[in-house]
Design a protein around this ligand. Structure first.
Ligand SMILES: C/C(=C\Cc1cc(O)c2ccccc2c1O)CCC[C@H](C)CCC[C@H](C)CCCC(C)C
Ligand SMILES: C[S@@+](CC[C@H](N)C(=O)[O-])C[C@H]1O[C@@H](n2cnc3c(N)ncnc32)[C@H](O)[C@@H]1O
Length: 235
């Protein structure tokens, strides 16, 4: 399960893909990633006026959706350690009217600059698979959530169904990586396959969540089982 990339290698990888990240996600997911992200936001059950966290926020898709849930009386913090993706998140957020209450924080998900029991809910979209210490990340997420708060952790995993697993790999090899290669980003997108190989499946994610202290943890497969949303709740 250990990531064979250092944190700085991961940060630089996402800094390099930042200029095309949103466009490639839209194109490569056939626009479906927006639906998957909206599902995660619904599952974290944030209410108007509450304080939300989008961990590993990247260009800010989930943070923006959370900001709509909490409204102008709430607060949302988008946290990421890629300065270039955060810059895109900040720029994109300026186009919203009415303005969203969003804070962008450049920080490490494994060492968050927030007090214990601070957030009413959190999302993490395609981040857990990219951190270098998954148990450590889940412990830090637990620490900053308020008692009773939920987090929705959206990510890919290897489907159990062999034909679907073959399709997923075919799609990565035949569509994703060649498209990225045409933009000079072959290695950056080729990284997805090993990241999938070492990432825990749904059942293992639930076990990791319980080990981090979450009293409730349920993994909901989506996109035909090629990804899922781990919904956890702090007691
Ligand atoms: C929003 C999406 C992916 C985010 C993402 C996650 C990562 O870990 C990366 C690592 C390195 C480079 C980029 C990313 C990255 O963008 C989902 C859409 C983009 C996906 C790359 C597309 C992969 C789709 C599934 C493997 C198969 C779905 C097929 C379906 C017919 C759309
Ligand atoms: C695939 S992107 C996901 C971005 C966004 N959540 C989305 O759904 O599009 C993964 C993000 O995780 C960030 N990341 C990976 N490890 C991190 C860490 N230890 N601390 C903070 N951000 C991290 C990367 O910089 C990148 O922006």
């Amino acid at each position: 399960m250990t990531n064979d990339h250092s944190p700085s290698e991961i940060r630089h990888l996402f800094d390099r893909i930042a200029p095309v990240y949103d466009q490639l996600n839209q194109w490569l997911s056939l626009g479906q990633h927006r639906i998957w992200k909206k599902m995660a936001v619904k599952w974290c059950d944030l209410e108007p006026g509450e304080i939300g966290l989008d961990l590993c926020c990247g260009s800010g898709d989930l943070a923006e959706l959370l900001a709509r849930e909490v409204g102008k009386t709430g607060q949302v913090y988008g946290v990421d350690f890629s300065p270039r993706l955060l810059a895109i998140a900040k720029a994109r957020a300026t186009y919203h009217y009415p303005p969203l209450t969003l804070h962008w924080i450049e920080a490490d998900a494994l060492d968050l600059p927030f007090q214990d029991n601070f957030f009413h809910g959190a999302t993490m979209g395609y981040g857990l698979r990219n951190v270098t210490d998954i148990p450590g990340c889940l412990r830090e997420l637990y620490r900053v959530l308020k008692p009773g708060a939920k987090a929705a952790i959206l990510d890919f995993h290897r489907p159990q169904h062999a034909p679907l697993r073959q399709f997923q790999q075919w799609y990565l090899d035949t569509i994703v990586v060649p498209r990225a290669k045409s933009l000079g980003l072959e290695q950056e997108y080729a990284y997805i396959t090993p990241s999938l190989e070492r990432f825990p499946n749904g059942k293992q994610q639930v076990e990791l969540a319980h080990h981090a202290g979450f009293s409730q943890a349920t993994h909901y497969p989506i996109a035909g089982g090629m990804m899922g949303v781990l919904v956890v709740r702090k007691p």
